[in-house]
Design a protein around this ligand. Structure first.
Ligand SMILES: N=C(N)NCCCCNCCCN
Ligand SMILES: [Mn+2]
Ligand SMILES: [Mn+2]
Length: 308
């Protein structure tokens, strides 16, 4: 493992291609915050592991036939809400995250946040609501867990509650890859008729991608990826792994389809908790982030078309 110090910023893909803030279209935002994870800890070191592994990603994307990293300006923001050096309360994390993401969106950046624990997403979604006050967007979540508990282990900002907070905001949701929920969550899904594509159904229905994309009710989408949604053979480095997740091609085909048919306004990639003896998880996560940038830049007729 490459050890990174808390203050050192390793830019995504490396300093030789990193863009300045002013010229960047994409901003990578590391949020090494961890306070409420329920089993194996370590997601506060997730962002640095993704950034270090990103240096190994080929610039040439063979699927897109395009050197994404040389065509798109990518800036890496300094880390915020960093619990590696000192404790950060959930309120402090939520506030700095809201403010930072809102500023990135105001400045016309396509933001990709790297977690850190999934509870951070509450503040990211709030920032987009503030940035788009007149238009609903759908939160598309890839996750093994429903994250729909009202509260867990004494906190409403536990990582197991993030989608409950999103549902309370009145935003539509589409949940993908779900395979671990409690009774409270199952009841809420029924009561609110939430749209859930369960991992079991995904494994059995080849046309789930088409159906899932058709189930997104708004033009705008915020995409939240909890890495434990992906099969743990591809990403074993998560705190609470669950068998039976998405495979790489199902995942990337779905994501490309979403970028192709909807306006993705932002993304996050959460919950990487690196393992000491394997780099598979961070390599997969780094490639996934690169794919998100490539799909955003290349789908919908060529080059990115930013608002603001
Ligand atoms: N979003 C998450 N990662 N959630 C994890 C929830 C852990 C539930 N443990 C349940 C134990 C019950 N005996
Ligand atoms: Mn999860
Ligand atoms: Mn989650």
């Amino acid at each position: 493992m490459l050890a990174q110090t808390a203050t050192e910023v390793t830019p995504f893909l490396g300093s030789d291609v990193a863009a300045s803030y002013a010229t960047a279209q994409v901003a990578i935002l590391p949020i090494p915050y961890e306070a409420t994870t329920t089993y194996r800890r370590g997601c506060e070191t997730g962002p640095d592991a993704i950034l270090a592994a990103s240096h190994q990603v080929e610039y040439y994307d063979e699927e897109l036939d395009w050197e994404t990293g040389l065509e798109v300006g990518i800036y890496t923001h300094p880390p915020i809400a960093d619990t590696r050096s000192k404790a950060v309360t959930s309120e402090e994390m939520l506030q700095i995250t809201r403010e930072t993401v809102f500023k990135l969106v105001q400045d016309g950046k396509f933001a990709i946040a790297l977690g850190g624990e999934h509870s951070i997403t509450t503040a990211i979604v709030e920032a987009y609501r503030q940035a788009y006050p007149d238009e609903l967007f759908t939160v598309v979540q890839i996750d093994a867990h429903g994250d729909l508990r009202h509260e867990y282990e004494g906190s409403i900002h536990n990582h197991a509650c993030v989608m409950r907070r999103v549902v309370e905001m009145g935003l539509p949701t589409v949940q993908i890859g779900i395979r671990a929920i409690c009774k409270e969550e199952a009841d809420l899904i029924k009561e609110k008729n939430l749209t859930v594509f369960r991992a079991r159904e995904i494994a059995a229905q080849p046309n789930w991608i088409e159906n899932a994309i058709a189930a997104i009710p708004t033009e705008k989408v915020f995409l939240t990826i909890d890495l434990d949604g992906i099969d743990p053979t591809l990403i074993p480095g998560v705190g609470t792994p669950e068998p039976g997740g998405l495979n790489w091609y199902a995942l990337t085909t779905f994501l490309r389809g979403v970028f192709n048919t909807h306006q993705v306004i932002g993304c996050d990639v959460m919950e990487l908790a690196p393992l000491a003896d394997s780099v598979v998880s961070e390599f997969t996560a780094a490639k996934l982030v690169y794919k998100l940038i490539g799909y955003q830049a290349k789908e919908r007729g060529g080059i990115m078309n930013y608002e603001s």
